[in-house]
Write a protein that binds this ligand. Structure first.
Ligand code: SF4
Length: 628
């Protein structure tokens, strides 16, 4: 019996048949798949086949909470979203803040699964155990800010609104989903999946109180956790500047992308777009996710930069559409960020495709004839803003860029060097030459290019996991244990993303043991840190099996991007290149995977016997899914 943390209920909505139903699960299921991304992995793996078109009615779109969304604790304002990714054709997953997670839980469901395709634009209204599909024809074409305002006014001012703008409607393959104009399901193209289903928005309001197994114990554990977290230096820095505080130090240590990862130094530019100038110039205020004591999300209050109705740029955005394009014009970055948020397109992939396009322009492979007269020159804020519009609207060359980096390289063969991607998804603003712990995250994340699937950069930075034997890190340029750490941090990250919890608290002194203690108080379980790691390992393994079943060939895909195999000449990472083959081999050995394929013994150990790790039989690209 489920004692706390869950209702044991999943809402199923088939938009084709308009059928709404509920599925239930028990304690054994919850303890195996946990919630959030774990629960979503289980559901997507079961229902998606290799012939499922990510933009067809057969794809399933899952929004899943974890046990933490039942509790009023800091960092619990998160939610996971997953589907087969239209950007890669492989595993697609995003994690975001906003009110959707807590509201969905309070509405009486642990997750909502959306299948099929509505005949006309619709939105889904979920309220205290009930759900209704409603017409959204009048909302189609509105941006995320307009949509959110309209739905709050017409349905419920206190409801959480998760919606798409024109980017999602136009099936931009890296379209995101906006949550209350504040948090974004950014990666993989989840917004395009929503658009393909003619689903404009989810509107959710809940007043139910989810069960907690031992409220007294939870408050006792949480009081201790909170007292440490609120005084941590990282908490104070993140509260004051948000992740803009990372720009200058990461330019210094060589991690910041500069000129599509080709340049070594950009000191003056970094100072112009990073903190403290960022904070002072934009007159920044905190904008926390629900219950968060840190509040890294930013609200711009300087009227000079209005309209600024959405979350201000954070580190990945400043890196990918700022330094990556050598744009030090904060006004242009803020404007493009606001447009991307309103149109719902991911700013990391926006920076990735523009990095490719700017480099093609530099080499004469794209000209003004291709761009309707726009000069794609490094440092041009004007080009950034105009191209953001073109991509969201799929106008001119924007139609090509909206297809993502692999389609771009197919269009102009020989330009792979300019495309910093894995599985077709842009890598984050983290150059792995600067932190070798980031190698696995860069080349072997199950969701493709990514800075967060594992984030073993934390291992290099000294954020450790003593509960499971990681008591000391190694130098950022020391190969020792980088593959091992890549594997373990991936497991732990997926455990956290299943709770569902905000990773930033790891840097504020919240430990794995703290997480396990809070989980046990909420659920009444007796999970150990070792079991927590196994839970995460199971989820990563399921995602790898999913990708294998979608046709992925790990030996071909888990390869370091060519640009990262040549060292910088100067800067904080001068002369350094991670020995990625050795790191990958150690990663696979730690996982008990042979060339990326989990062994039968490992599948049995993780209770995944029914999943068969099929070795990919052909080199067929995953986009070859025409039967749906
Ligand atoms: S630290 Fe930032 S991302 Fe994390 S819960 Fe708080 S506001 Fe949200």
């Amino acid at each position: 019996m489920l004692k706390g943390g869950y209702w044991g209920k999943i809402l199923w909505v088939d938009l084709s048949s308009k059928k709404i139903s509920e599925a239930t699960f028990d304690e054994a299921f919850a303890r195996k798949y946990l919630g959030g991304v774990g629960l979503a992995t289980r559901i997507v793996s079961e229902h998606v086949t290799r012939n499922t078109n990510p933009l067809g009615p057969g794809n399933v779109l899952v929004f899943a909470t974890g046990p933490y969304q039942a509790a009023n604790i800091a960092s619990a304002g998160r939610c996971s979203c997953a589907a087969r990714a239209p950007l890669s054709g492989y595993w697609g997953e995003a994690n975001a803040g906003g009110h959707i997670g807590p509201e969905l839980k309070r509405a009486g469901f642990d997750a909502v699964v959306i299948t099929g395709r509505a005949a006309n634009p619709v939105y889904l209204w979920i309220n205290d155990g009930k759900a209704e599909i409603r017409d959204a024809s009048s909302l189609w074409g509105l941006d995320a800010v307009e949509t959110t305002a309209a739905l709050k006014e017409s349905v419920d001012a206190k409801a959480a609104v998760s919606c798409i703008g024109p980017g999602g409607e136009n099936l931009v393959r890296f379209a995101c989903i906006a949550n209350d104009n504040h948090g974004y399901f950014g990666r993989g193209g989840m917004g395009a999946v929503m658009g393909s289903k003619n689903l404009k928005a989810l509107v959710i309001r809940g007043t139910l109180k989810p069960p907690i197994a031992d409220e007294g114990k939870l408050r006792e554990v949480y009081k201790d956790v909170l007292s440490r977290a609120k005084d941590a230096p990282f908490t104070k820095d993140n509260a004051e500047h948000g992740q803009a505080s990372a720009v200058v130090p990461r330019e210094e240590n060589g991690l910041l992308p500069m000129k599509n990862f080709t340049m070594d130094n950009w000191t003056e530019g970094a100072a112009k777009i990073g903190a403290p100038h960022f904070t002072e110039e934009l007159q920044i205020k905190r904008w926390p996710c629900p219950s968060c004591i840190m509040g890294c999300h930013r609200r711009i209050t300087n009227p000079k930069y209005f309209p600024a109705d959405t979350g201000g740029p954070e580190f990945e955005t400043l890196g990918m559409i700022g330094s990556n394009l050598l744009i030090d014009d904060l006004g242009a970055i803020v404007r493009a960020n606001e447009m991307a948020n309103r149109y719902t397109i991911d700013t990391i992939d926006l920076g990735g495709v523009l990095g490719w396009a700017f480099e093609c322009y530099e080499h004469g492979l794209i000209t003004k004839e291709d761009t309707d007269g726009i000069a794609l020159e490094w440092g041009s804020g004007d080009a950034l803003v105009k191209m953001t519009e073109k991509i969201a609207r799929r106008e001119g060359i924007g139609n090509l860029l909206a297809e993502g980096l692999r389609a771009c390289v197919e269009h102009i063969p020989g330009t792979q060097l300019y495309a910093q991607e894995s599985l077709g998804q842009t890598v984050g603003a983290h150059d792995p030459r600067a932190f070798w712990g980031q190698t696995i995250t860069t080349i072997a994340s199950t969701r493709g290019g990514c800075h967060l699937h594992g984030f073993a950069e934390a291992f290099d930075l000294g954020a450790l996991l003593p509960e499971i034997g990681i008591t000391e890190g190694t130098d950022r340029f020391d190969v020792a244990k980088k593959g091992y750490a890549g594997a373990i941090y991936q497991d732990i990250q997926q455990f956290w993303n299943s709770l569902t919890w905000c990773f930033f608290y790891f840097f504020s002194g919240v430990t794995l043991a703290d997480q396990v203690n809070m989980l046990n108080a909420i659920t009444g379980w007796d999970v150990t840190p070792a079991e927590a790691q196994k839970m995460g390992e199971r989820i990563v393994c399921m995602q790898q099996v999913f990708n294998l079943n979608m046709g992925m060939v790990p030996e071909k895909e888990n390869v370091m991007q060519e640009r990262f195999t040549k060292p910088h000449k100067e800067g904080g990472a001068a002369g350094k290149v991670p020995p990625w083959q050795a790191i990958l081999q150690e990663y696979w050995e730690t996982k008990d995977w042979t060339k990326g394929v989990p062994s039968k013994a490992k599948l049995a150990e993780l209770g995944l016997d029914k999943l068969e790790a099929k070795k990919a039989l052909s080199d067929a690209v995953a986009r070859d899914y025409k039967k749906d």
